[in-house]
Design a protein around this ligand. Structure first.
Ligand code: PHE
Length: 336
């Protein structure tokens, strides 16, 4: 009897279960009660022994019930505590904290610089179409950048944007001037990874459109950015170049800098580092997007974010930024 009771009792998981089991084994209709009732049919001399036996069984069952009752209460308490999480005496749970990826740190730094210079941040999709990536940017149909070998076209139509200039188009489509935005984001080109190329990379685009914007404003903005990002002694220069969507077009350089733990300084022997493309928005682009090129002028530029990160953190090979080697990433732990 005790064995059966024990099994039933240990199976109980709530106070209610326990009550039922208690009634079953100790209640009025229980076997135990009927054993008590049978006492009088037992020969007198055997009664004490018989009585002891059932008393013992009863005591044992009561103990078991009490024991299981404690277990149930304790479990309920633990459960509650887990929910509320308030046991202040428990030792803390160690959690290892991550850090930001160096590219994220630099992107945020760039955002801050431009936000401080009065820009707003615009975004566009990574998957875009010929119109936003090429057509609206005045790119002729036979331009080499449209080549299948350079651009990732998607099977269902569309492409992975090859530059963030797509966002220039999206912003001009949607908003009338004055415009003053930057747009950081991923770009894709069918390049073999090497120390300075990656099929996925990041650019930050800038676009400023208003009445009376000139090349001097563009040059000034680039200089300001360079000196905030790399130090006030850093200067910039622009060299003639060509892009279908800017006229005139330029490539932008900053004076050679070396960076270390304490910041950046201009190289001892002068030299220049290429930072990206720039130019005055081509009137054709304005015409395509319905902005009156009689009244408005603007400039745009696109900077390589990897380039800036590699300079600032002294990273010799772009691929290091994508391998996610913990020994590299750990050096940025705690950067938020
Ligand atoms: N989109 C160009 C590139 O990816 C850079 C650029 C941006 C040039 C804006 C001019 C103006 O190379």
């Amino acid at each position: 009897l005790v064995e059966y009771a024990e099994k039933d009792i240990f199976a109980c998981s709530s106070p209610n279960d326990l009550l039922n089991v208690k009634a079953k084994y100790l209640g009025k209709k229980s076997l135990l009660s009927s054993l008590y009732a049978q006492m009088r049919n037992i020969p007198v001399e055997e009664r004490p022994a018989f009585g002891n036996l059932i008393n013992e069984a009863k005591k044992r069952i009561e103990d078991l019930l009490e024991q299981q009752n404690k277990v149930i209460k304790e479990n309920a308490w633990k459960k509650n505590e887990a929910k509320a999480g308030t046991d202040l005496t428990m030792p803390g749970i160690f959690s290892s904290r991550g850090g930001l990826h160096p590219l994220t740190i630099i992107r945020r730094e760039i955002d801050e610089v431009f936000l401080g210079l009065g820009f707003e941040i615009a975004e566009g999709p990574d998957i875009d179409d010929d119109f936003h990536n090429f057509d609206a940017l005045n790119t002729p149909l036979d331009h080499p950048s449209r080549n299948l070998a350079d651009t990732f076209y998607l099977e269902g139509g569309g492409l992975l944007r090859t530059h963030t200039s797509t966002v220039q188009v999206r912003v001009m489509e949607k908003y009338p001037p004055p415009i003053k935005i930057i747009s950081p984001g991923r770009c894709y080109r069918n390049d073999k990874p090497d120390p300075s190329h990656s099929p996925v990379f990041h650019q930050v685009e800038a676009l400023v459109v208003d009445k009376g914007i000139s090349l001097a404003d563009m040059k000034d903005m680039l200089s300001q950015f360079a000196s905030i990002m790399f130090g006030k002694d850093v200067s910039s220069r622009i060299r003639p170049h060509f892009f279908p969507f800017t006229e005139p077009s330029a490539e932008m350089d900053i004076s050679c800098v070396v960076c270390g733990g304490t910041g950046c300084r201009v190289c001892k022997y002068s030299g220049w580092l290429e930072m990206g493309g720039a130019g005055m928005v081509d009137p054709n682009v304005f015409d395509i997007l319905g902005i009156d090129s009689e009244f408005y002028t603007g400039y745009a530029f696109g900077l390589g974010i990897e380039r800036i990160a590699m300079l600032k953190y002294n990273i010799p090979d772009m691929r290091i930024l994508y391998e996610n080697d913990l020994r590299m990433l750990r050096q940025f732990k705690g950067e938020f």
